[in-house]
Design a protein around this ligand. Structure first.
Ligand code: ATP
Length: 336
């Protein structure tokens, strides 16, 4: 509309590497996405190209791609206001990743801690070149859309810094093309911890009993929360260094009930860990159960979901193609 200021642009994505998102994905990322779409021009992607970097089964990938898209919708991503699409439907992501890979230092990519952690788990032969260049593809995802903000969990901060470095390097070498994005990290829920090992972040690829999946059976969700590792103390106190397990549960409760950890601490004064866990389980299920129902209903009509994703891809490509054309021109590729 003439005279209106364009809304800031947001881009983010998740890998379809599991059937269900977990509490960390939801609180660290998806919930922020829903809030941001009100006053931002939002692009939300199911990053299936990223999901093949660590070995996968094709049928699982197909099912999970639709399942994750349905979870975005079930959580409140509105396809009328946001552009919701699948990464492989916009080939510009892989095309830009190649160009950016050619201005990324090998040493620079080797310093990415997520690669080092995942490669350590998979061994030298198990870790692929795709896993190594994962952050370069992520930079392409973000830069293609000229995003101002990238809502993610704390684990992605280093990748966003790399994105800024690569975008800035391209701009100074070849001329201004990219807007440099800022991470948007919700301080309170930036790193939800594994319930069994509260020194590690909750993660799909680690899995195990410390992971709480939103679409899991409610009884199992409850059981996992009630079996969360705490400490030998008795008081519900927020002390992330000294009491990481209890503090993590307080963070989860505060986030799901829209309050603060200080308030949780006051509410639980004189009460034990059992009471806290019960309250956490109730709060998680109050969101997870209706979300699972909405997701199931959406998956009952896969053709409609596919139509919606195709529409999203068309909108995404209209932006991505413009950025890629500018990049190709600046690097000196002869027009096709
Ligand atoms: P993996 O462990 O296989 O890398 P993941 O569980 O980290 O998977 P991603 O798809 O890589 O999931 O991440 C999707 C989004 O969820 C990202 O924005 C990421 O920062 C966020 N996220 C993931 N885990 C957590 C967590 N434990 N706490 C907060 N945010 C998280």
């Amino acid at each position: 509309m003439p005279g209106t200021t364009p809304r800031p642009r947001v881009f983010s994505g998740m890998q379809p590497t599991a059937d269900s998102l977990h509490l960390g994905n939801y609180l660290g990322a998806l919930r922020q996405w829903v809030a941001l779409q009100d006053d931002h021009d939002a692009f939300y992607c199911v990053v299936d190209l990223h999901a093949i970097t660590a070995g996968h089964d094709p049928d699982d990938l197909r099912r999970r791609t639709r399942a994750v898209a349905a979870q975005y919708l079930a959580a409140g991503v509105d396809p009328e206001r946001s552009t919701l699409f699948v990464q492989s439907h916009a080939p510009e992501h892989a095309q830009l990743a190649w160009v950016l890979g050619c201005i990324t230092g090998f040493g620079e990519a080797s310093r990415m801690t997520q690669f080092k952690d995942k490669a350590a788990r998979q061994g030298t032969e198990g870790a692929t070149v795709g896993l190594f260049t994962y952050p370069v593809l992520q930079a392409a995802d973000i830069l293609l859309y000229q995003a101002d903000l990238v809502p993610v969990g704390e684990d992605q901060r280093q990748h966003i810094e790399l994105t800024r470095d690569l975008g800035g390097r391209f701009n100074s070498r070849f001329g201004e093309v990219f807007r440099l994005p800022q991470p948007h990290i919700a301080r309170a829920t930036a790193k939800i911890l594994d319930l069994q090992d509260p020194t590690a972040k909750m993660s799909k690829s680690i899995g195990g009993a410390g992971l709480v999946e939103l679409l899991d059976d409610p009884k199992r969700i409850e059981k996992r929360i009630k079996s969360a590792v705490t400490d030998t103390g008795r008081d519900v106190l927020y002390d992330p260094e000294g009491k990481p397990g209890v503090s993590n549960l307080m963070t989860i409760l505060a986030a799901f009930t829209g309050t603060t950890v200080e308030r949780v601490q006051d509410d639980f004064a004189g009460r034990g860990y059992g009471d806290l866990k019960k309250a956490v389980a109730e709060a998680v299920l109050a969101t997870a159960v209706p979300l699972a129902e909405r997701q199931r209903a959406l998956l009952e009509d896969p053709a409609e979901l596919d139509r919606l994703l195709a529409r999203g891809a068309e909108k995404a490509r209209a932006v991505a193609a413009g950025t890629l054309a500018a990049v190709y021109d600046r690097v000196g590729f002869v027009p096709a």
